[in-house]
Design a protein around this ligand. Sequence first.
Ligand SMILES: Nc1nc2c(ncn2[C@@H]2O[C@H](COP(=O)(O)OP(=O)(O)OP(=O)(O)O)[C@@H](O)[C@H]2O)c(=O)[nH]1
Length: 241
Amino acid sequence: MRGLTRAAKRAGEMAFNAGGGAVNWFPGHMAAASRAIRDRLKLADLVIEVRDARIPLSSANEDLQPVLSAKRRILALNKKDLANPNIMNRWLNHFESCKQDCISINAHSSSSVNQLLGFAELKLKEAISKEPTLLIMLVGVPNVGKSALINSIHRIATSRFPAKDKNKRATVGPLPGVTQDIAGYKIATQPSIYVLDTPGVLVPSIPDMETGLKLALTEKKSGVKRYAAVIKKTIHYGGLG
Ligand SMILES: Nc1nc2c(ncn2[C@@H]2O[C@H](COP(=O)(O)OP(=O)(O)OP(=O)(O)O)[C@@H](O)[C@H]2O)c(=O)[nH]1
């Protein structure tokens, strides 16, 4: 069994723990994607980590938390319209008590997204006064509403600024004069603030059956299918303990 687990790991396939417990589900392309996100995160002055307001812990990526929490970060608890308001307020209080900036949003509502952008601008402007250009990056595990949010941000940016401002060539990187093409949506001036147009898709952490089920149950259609393999392996190999 150990040989099989090793082989699966080598092949970058789904691996399992013969004695039950945590399932390692990390195909090779996800590891590459994770590296690419880490590189892009270095460019961001602020990260908006989108999570599902109904499952704010299960919809996090545990591996990247050290990197994310070291950055200027706002947790956006999305789909607040689907969450129990009492429980969600307890989560907001919890994150506030951990000194983590947090806001509940509905990615389909422009007033809600405007509120999030206002909060992000405030956080950036009070922290960084001299940079001419600041970048915001969205990240989150699948299905938390990153695309819905970026579409709303696109609409808001287009209503605030002309389309020609969309593509920004910003100075980034550790060395002065190192420039890179950054495509983003402009949301503010003086300093110019852009939201990178491609959100980072994080790999969900599924340390146990309960987390897998929560992720599957909060996904509209394909959730059970997407997480079924992991759940099946967990049951088959004794993950329920
Ligand atoms: N009710 C409600 N539904 C939302 C909200 N935000 C997103 N959704 C829905 O949630 C589903 C997933 O949203 P996406 O924007 O595709 O999520 P994503 O994070 O981009 O997902 P991936 O592309 O898999 O990474 C879609 O059906 C959206 O319409 C929200 O605030 N409220």
